[in-house]
Design a protein around this ligand. Structure first.
Ligand SMILES: O=C(O)CCC(=O)C(=O)O
Length: 313
């Protein structure tokens, strides 16, 4: 029996597809949780220090430039000047620290329960102007729309001021509570509201909220680090155990390993060949490790090749 890890009680469904007011920026954690609950999004201010902003902006630029030089090896980024640098888990401790950061855990545990997983860790930035609002979508479009619960939570740590002319996010506050028939077809972008929030804020929006990236008239970088979190029973956006280098996994704290998927959740998340002590009573949360061997046909031991970055060899 899995003990429930979330006591989240959804805010009541609205009778109409009503766009509520944008929540006011707040430096109070409880208010931020309350806004997330009622409006589907919140702006928690004064989270990042100045030196963190400087460091991360520099890291974003370096990473972007370095990846550009990969040429054909570069994963497809689409045609928009709004780009996402994927899979930051292998790209430095300065990013990994955000997974275990206090503010991340406060909001993710509130919305998704204590066993939440990292779904992906990405960098969002513009590399020029854009001419139209990007796709209006709900992040949990792959989950039944009838689910009255957030299955995902996007935590945007803002490295720059987010303003409408810089293409700040268009949101439809309250749309996480819209009647079922308004959860499939996206609303028109013009009916949404664009957020305004200072650099250093944590802008959070849950998976049922309709939203889109706004038009960036100025071509400002408008950078944000996204810690995308999920309930522990949903596939992760980035297949973490396939896409995380083994030196990152081996050096990770137990908490980080669990967020990446190396802790069972009830009967989910076992790793072939891992001995789970007292399996029956341990259902719930057991740390697992990647084994040296997988067990194959007729008990053949198949070595699990470990993938490491050059720096750690
Ligand atoms: O870049 C933005 O403002 C929003 C990004 C977005 O739509 C997403 O990550 O799902």
């Amino acid at each position: 029996m899995v003990s429930p890890t979330s006591t989240y009680e959804p805010a009541p469904v609205l009778t109409q597809p009503q766009v509520l007011a944008l929540p006011q920026p707040t430096s109070n954690a409880e208010q931020a949780c309350s806004d997330l609950h009622h409006n589907g999004c919140c702006i928690w201010t004064d989270v990042l220090k100045k030196h963190e902003l400087h460091l991360l902006r520099d890291k974003f630029e370096q990473q972007y430039e370095a990846e550009q030089s990969l040429g054909e090896l570069l994963p497809d980024r689409g045609v928009s000047n709004k780009i996402v640098i994927p899979n930051l888990v292998n790209k430095g401790q300065h990013y990994l620290d955000f997974v275990t950061r206090k503010e991340t855990n406060t909001l993710a545990t509130f919305a998704l329960g204590k066993s939440w997983l990292l779904s992906s860790l990405t960098a969002h930035l513009f590399v020029g102007t854009t001419e139209r609002v990007e796709l209006v979508h709900r992040d949990q479009g792959q989950v039944p729309a009838s689910l009255e619960q957030p299955a995902l939570l996007n935590l945007f740590y803002l490295l720059d001021d987010f303003t409408p002319e810089r293409g700040s996010t268009v949101v439809f506050p309250g749309s996480h509570r819209w009647p079922l028939q308004h959860r499939i077809e996206p609303p028109s972008a013009e009916d949404g509201l664009q957020i305004t929030a200072p650099a250093g804020s944590l802008f959070a929006f849950e998976g049922r909220l309709w939203h889109a990236t706004g038009i960036n008239h100025l071509g400002h970088r408008r950078r944000a680090l996204s810690v995308f979190c999920s309930v522990p029973w949903l596939r992760q956006q980035e297949n973490a155990l396939a896409a995380t280098s083994h030196d990152v996994l081996e050096n990770a704290s137990p908490q980080l390993r669990a967020r990446l998927g190396l802790r069972t959740y009830g009967t989910l998340g076992n790793v072939n060949g891992t001995k789970v002590p007292e399996q029956r009573v341990a259902f719930g949360n057991v740390d697992v490790a990647l084994p040296d061997y997988l067990i194959g046909e007729n008990a053949e031991l198949i070595p699990l090749t470990k993938v490491r970055s050059r720096a750690s060899k």
